[in-house]
Design a protein around this ligand. Structure first.
Ligand code: TXA
Ligand code: MG
Length: 343
């Protein structure tokens, strides 16, 4: 199959993307968070192919994307007042809401769950393609399952060239990490995945917001199934080291004497790692810069053939919580703490 590269600035190419999706095709689209691999969310045959092409476990449900907030009405059983409020404040944008599903949504989309995740993305190209398709689009991140999510059209091409109908190029994704997933189907709102909208800004509206990780173990039943799978992993194992720049670089330099290591570092910290290959992903303390550079850097690390990768723990709150979450999962939670300070 020849995968078409479509230009997100050209109306006729967005129309074509819409037609391909209507016909049951798979088309990668840019969103403000990461690129999504889209299919008609109501077309079981297209969805089966989507799971197969992505290598996605069947127990991992998909997010359904709409071009306007009101388009979620037929997909859900009810829209609670908290959801109305959040949609007003954060949509279009990087917030996904989990709500009780209607019968219109096929079970394959929700992996058999009674809830459906819905989101109205901010990226104008994403919304234009949904409009042209005329149907809601299920779109997981457009990477092979387990790999870092794609933030450019080239990342998508590297993973899926020849396997999908088209890739719409909308430039580099602005946020760079995925949406926040918030479960509103239970008694209290539960934040399932930290992402583009911070827990702090949600808490300003939802006083009773619960972070999944703070739930007592017996109540940890409604987690996003996707979060239990290994994710974002570079080829070589990654270890996160918490400490000052000098403590961390001392430890890594010692280890580099015995094995070929690579370092994912903050801008300007490359100089602490003489003779060691580094990939910088953004400015220290600047969560927006780190979020937007992280996944590309993880992909670059696969090119340096190290047998062990290291990175320094990024301190901070807000969007930094989401950056840390992705790093932790890329490292399979492997961390070493030397000290709990950033200076
Ligand atoms: O930013 C994003 O959300 C991107 C762009 C393309 O929109 N999409 C994305 O999709 O990250 P994906 O499939 O890679 O991640 C979706 C996450 C998974 O962890 C999945 O388990 C969870 O959302 N999810 C989907 N439906 C759910 C549901 N009904 N209940 C709980 N979690 C759900
Ligand atoms: Mg994903």
């Amino acid at each position: 199959m020849n995968t078409l590269m479509l230009n997100g600035n050209r109306s006729n190419q967005l129309k074509l993307a819409g037609k391909l999706l209507q016909a049951g095709g798979l088309v990668a689209i840019p969103t403000e968070t990461v690129y999504g691999l889209a299919a008609n969310a109501l077309d079981e045959k297209a969805l089966r192919r989507l799971f197969r092409v992505k290598g996605r476990p069947a127990d991992n449900p998909l997010i359904v994307h709409v071009s306007k907030p009101e388009e979620i009405a037929p997909l859900v059983l009810k829209i609670p007042p908290a959801a109305e409020k959040l949609m007003d404040m954060f949509w279009p944008g990087p917030l996904t809401l989990v709500l009780p599903k209607s019968d219109l949504v096929p079970r394959i989309t929700t992996a058999g769950m009674d809830t459906v995740a819905v989101r109205c993305p901010a990226h104008i190209v994403a919304r234009r393609v949904i409009e042209e398709a005329g149907v809601p689009l299920a779109a997981p991140s457009a990477n092979h399952s387990g790999k870092p999510s794609p933030t450019t059209a080239v990342h998508v091409k590297n993973d899926f060239d020849g396997m999908i109908e088209a890739i719409v190029d909308g430039g580099q994704c602005e946020v760079g990490i995925e949406s926040t997933v918030l479960n509103l189907s239970g008694e209290h709102p539960v934040l399932l995945r930290p992402g583009g909208v911070s827990a702090e800004s949600l808490r300003a509206v939802l006083a009773d917001l619960i972070l999944y990780d703070e739930l007592p173990p017996e109540r940890r039943t409604m987690r996003s199934p996707g979060l239990k799978h290994r994710h974002y992993a570079p080829k070589a194992p990654l270890c996160i080291v918490r400490g000052t720049p000098e403590e961390v670089s001392d430890l890594i330099s010692k280890r580099a004497r015995h094995a070929k290591v690579g370092v994912l570092c903050f801008n300007e910290e490359e100089k602490l790692y003489e003779g060691i290959e580094t990939v910088a992903y953004g400015n220290r303390g600047d969560s927006a810069s780190l979020a937007s550079g992280l996944f590309d850097a993880l992909r670059q690390l696969d090119g340096i053939n190290a047998i062990q990768l290291y990175t320094r723990y990024p301190e901070g709150q807000g969007l930094m919580t989401a950056v840390r979450d992705r790093l932790m999962r890329a490292a399979d939670y492997h961390t070493i703490t030397l000290s709990e300070t950033d200076e």
